[in-house]
Design a binder for this molecule. Sequence first.
Ligand SMILES: *Cc1c(COP(=O)(O)O)cnc(C)c1O
Length: 387
Amino acid sequence: MKKIQMVDLQGQYSKIKTDVHKAIDSVLETSSYINGPLVHEFQADLEKYLQVKHVIPCANGTDALQIAMMALGLEQGDEVITVDFTFAATVEVIALLKLTPVLVDVEKDTFNINIEALKKSITPKTKAIVPVHLFGQVANMDAVMEIAKTHNLFVIEDNAQAIGANYTFKDGRKQKAGTIGNVGTTSFFPSKNLGCYGDGGAIFTNDDDLAHTIRGIVNHGMYTRYYHDVVGVNSRLDSIQAGVLKTKLPHLDTYCNARRNAARFYNNAFANNPHIITPTAKSNATNNCNEICDVCDCHVFHQYTLQITNGKRDELHKHLLANNIPNAIYYPVPLHTQKAYKDTRYNESDFPVTNTLIKTVISLPMHTELDTEQLTYITETVNNFIN
Ligand SMILES: *Cc1c(COP(=O)(O)O)cnc(C)c1O
């Protein structure tokens, strides 16, 4: 059996090696390291894939969030609602811009923003909502968009984990994750579903004016060379990374399918285990499909995350490591209890779900190269221990 890895970047690379080297060589041969033709080509390819008017590449997913918030003109003291259960980057940029982060609980079955908690957290100071499409599954965007419309709020989708996922609205309309709100952001960190070989990120929007503002902000606030109209940042996707991404983008749907196939194998293997809750692939309010289907492709499984309900999560973590099965706890500490983000506005009783999830979740190996032998070994090891 091949050695099991949490993410197998090497195996994926070996299959596209020739094309990747061609792209990187073309950058080396022309020395167009910054803003080269591949950056523009990748941008255009991604716009087409996502069916969004504007993709603005930038240096990483954290910058993408920060730049999106800067472009929306949010001001000190404005409240921005996001989830308690996510990677810290989401809340970090809110705090960094001196906006006020307001963390809310998530839903137990999807790990995504809890709509009732979101509604309760809205005040006259609320200006924006940042739903995170956690672990590759799109949040309930029917509800988020409706609430945003009612209260006149911006929606910034943190799509670092769900690029390629589709969301099906109540009326049957389908849209790619990250293109639904006013603005969406993503990360091309190597282990993300569309990863480059360094750092990278992008911002998506269908709003022409907002796209123009963002293009200036990523480039020192310049709209005309050496005229700085606003305070900006320096945040670029370099040409080599763009070459890698342009090469990988045509494979993204295949990668998503490979992840879903692995998830389906896992879900079937754990279906009858009474102590394990498997992830659902519930894409939206209407279509409660608990199957992992390729039809709605609503979940792209950035992570495959179980909930262990018999109190043995930590033991399972150690047992799997001892059996050469990498695994991880995403996320072990709720953001509202982190030193940097504590706030007297929070009560523990506001976070029943995250406070439980931190004790029950465990993520198993998930990537595009898992084979049946490995999946069988992983699922048997888990089922033999949790019974
Ligand atoms: C990875 C990630 C980010 C940050 O992306 P970087 O490219 O590492 O800056 C932001 N939000 C979420 C949910 C992420 O998973």
